[in-house]
Design a protein around this ligand. Structure first.
Ligand SMILES: Nc1ncnc2c1ncn2[C@@H]1O[C@H](COP(=O)(O)OP(=O)(O)OP(=O)(O)O)[C@@H](O)[C@H]1O
Ligand SMILES: [Mg+2]
Length: 262
């Protein structure tokens, strides 16, 4: 290990509860996510994963406490939470399809600046944008309309849009859903690079992806934290195996060697 200094703030969640018309979707969740963590949030459909992220980012009302650094997030409006350096992606990509990769990043970087300032800086690409293009591997595609990007590339662009805003806590909702194996590997490596300087929380169903890239894991089930720890600890937990019966313990399909095509 390089002994790098961890940047950024941690996230502390205490007794978080979200109720929809008497149905409790998040039921007393505690989480401690350290700066620089790459935390996977897993759990069956309806476990409350997205709702938890919605609560942290101010999209649904919740009780309890969510602290990021010195700030209490609960009760703050969405834009003020965003201004504290918290950004998220959604289960479906939300890029401007007609605009180029560069324009999408430029708009994200300029969020908060007036339209005139945006026009005046057209000649130069801001350093944050150049860096985000490099980090996400999108430099070659910077002049393509976002609409023609592959599914995986759109997700990387969205992550890039969070990076140019200097987001310190990234909350990603199923970023590798629908991706090819190669795209998943590239995304995992991207998240490892990103989490060297920031804190990353990933909601994910893909167990192979989690096994390869998680630094820590929380398992949600029926709105509660069922298990927490390293990948090995969580996988060894009988409660998790029960919830994921036929999933974590699923036998690997027989390996059939296939010739790689160029
Ligand atoms: N706005 C809402 N109104 C009522 N019920 C909701 C609302 N949003 C979510 N729920 C319910 O809360 C529970 C948790 O939903 P949530 O979307 O957080 O699950 P999830 O863990 O993200 O699932 P998935 O893996 O399918 O995305 C589900 O039973 C869902 O139907
Ligand atoms: Mg969800």
């Amino acid at each position: 290990m390089s002994g790098e200094v961890l940047k950024g703030e941690g996230l502390t969640v205490r007794d978080l509860r979200v109720t929809f018309d008497g149905f409790t979707a998040v039921d007393g969740v505690d989480l401690d996510i350290r700066p620089g963590d790459l935390r996977f949030l897993i759990g069956p459909n309806g476990a409350g994963k997205t709702t938890l992220v919605d609560a942290v980012t101010g999209l649904v009302k919740a009780t309890g406490s969510v602290r990021f650094g010195g700030d209490e997030l609960l009760g703050k409006p969405v834009h003020r939470i965003a201004r504290l350096g918290i950004g998220r992606t959604f289960q479906t990509a939300t890029v401007f399809e007609e605009l180029t990769v560069l324009q999408n990043l430029d708009i994200a970087a300029g969020a908060g600046r007036g339209p005139l300032t945006m026009l005046r800086r057209r000649t130069g690409v801001p350093e944050s944008v150049t860096k985000a293009l490099e980090t996400t591997g999108l430099t070659e595609l910077r002049d393509r309309p976002a609409g023609v990007l592959a599914h995986g590339q759109k997700q990387w662009l969205e992550i890039g849009m969070l990076l140019v805003q200097d987001v310190q806590l990234l909350l990603l909702d199923e970023p590798v859903a629908g991706m090819s194996h190669e795209e998943r590997e590239a995304t995992g490596e991207l998240l490892q690079r990103v989490s060297a300087e920031r804190t990353v929380v990933v909601i994910e169903h893909d167990m192979d992806f989690m096994r390869s890239f998680a630094r820590s894991v929380s398992v949600l089930h029926a709105g509660k934290v069922l298990s927490e720890g390293t990948v090995a600890e969580v996988q060894a937990d009988a409660k998790v195996q029960e919830v994921y019966l036929g999933r974590v313990s699923e036998p690997e399909p027989a390996a059939v060697p296939v010739a790689e095509e160029a």
